[in-house]
Write a protein that binds this ligand. Sequence first.
Ligand code: DHE
Length: 516
Amino acid sequence: MKPLAPLILVAWAGLAHAAPDPEKLYETHCLSCHAPNRLGGMGPTLLPESLARLKKPEAAKAIAEGLPATQMPGFKALLNPEEIQALAAWIYSPPKLPPKWDADDIKASHIVHADAVNLPARPVFKADPTNLTLVVEHGDHHITVLDGDVMEPITRFPTRYALHGGPKFTPDGRFVYWASRDGWITKFDLWNLKVVAETRVGINTRNVAVSSDGQYVMAANYLPHTLVALDGKDLSLVKIIPVVAANGKSSRVSAVYDARPRHSFIAALKDIPEVWEIPYDGRPVYKGLVHDHQFKEAIPEPGPLPVRQIVLGDYLDDFFFDQNYDYLLGASRDQPKGQVIHLSAGRKIADLDLAGMPHLGSGITWDWKDAEGKTRRVMASPNLKDGLISVIDMKTWKTVKTLPTQGPGFFLRSHEASPYAWADVFFGKNRDVMHVIDKQSLEIVANLKPIPGQTATHVEFDRYGKFALVSIWEMDGALIVYDAKTLKEIKRLPMKRPVGKYNVWNKTRLSEGTSH
Ligand code: DHE
């Protein structure tokens, strides 16, 4: 009997101190949904790049308690607190194998829903299809489709996890495409209210753009460093474009845009000082081309969707375009100095005088009468770091006004029919305030506070500019419908952390008051 006691003690002590093995725990409890190598499947990708926006304590809470209105269950009955902490810490570490997502992975992920193909080209509802508004609800990953005439929901359906960037419509407004942060691109038939197809293009994706002829859908990836072109009909793979600079360095793609009048996609690149233009109308691009008139004798790039690499002196990854897409106004989040690039010339033509960290991507334009009564085209941009809005003359590129606000903002929106621009105060103690700015006096004329203490953000208008919709960005949030003229609240629709809203007419007609 005597020698046994210390042995048992040693074994017990060993067990009590054995650190949890997070990799094993992942295999047992997480792998079936989040996939081998943490690349994501039914559940989202669990790699440092894709978790950058989730704080570690929140990850531990999600593991313990699950996530409401998703397939993610709570594990606190199965795992002890130490195991949960170990697992939460481990998913923020780099994976053993470098993550890959290539043509085979993209093709294998492709899903076409047979019941949504070849449906009649007429809406299954009575509402005006050109005045529908999509609301992306982040709280439980849903989209609500609103009838824009009466601001009533027509339908609400689940989406992939964490959509980002604006959904993009075909020119007739029938089909719409969107991207999830973990790489899923979805095509939705808005007249038949059905998902048509889905393809996973990457591991960490930024957004999508749709060519103005509806032929291509282009997706921008952070991981891998690629642009991926899909067929607009069924989202089958057309081309993977590796994003590599002239000097061999590869880059994340911040976003991709459709430059409709130019019949090309424009890509913003995070890690290299280049802007890429990718024509989709079949016109050739000559290797080494910097200016349109040069290198005409050179050999054109073969195949569809050739790349024109515009080499710049600085990094630019946040873009705004003038309405004709002749000019690109760009800034970088790391060196937030604004610049104007003439796209056809392929070079910088002016510097912008902007303080803080302008959010050019959220800019809008309108005609403004100056003190002498001269009409000038101006562009206004919110600021992610400072409480101010910059108003820039689109001819001289000079700042005509810096308007102080109650804190840094994210989105600025207006409509041709409205005398006002609406600007949120997304960050800080005044995040519940929505400024209403007179587009002529360039002064704030109202400070709305829809729900004290709750973040008010992102405004979108209906087709006619009659209603202004404000998101209350909280789990039990709401969409607040204002009369855009009187600024009086008309109604509240309860929603789960609603963020962006997208009106078919305003987006397909390139309204100057919204993003495209
Ligand atoms: Fe966005 C659009 C970049 C964080 C909500 N966001 C865009 C676009 C870019 C961009 C380049 C334009 C693409 C498009 O519309 O197709 N966003 C970034 C960032 O770099 C940033 C600061 C950090 C990041 O991690 O990505 C960022 N964005 C956010 C958020 O935190 C928001 C509020 C919530 C979310 O979705 O994660 C957010 N971004 C949006 C929305 C749009 C958007 C709603 C589309 C606006 C529109 O009206 O078109």
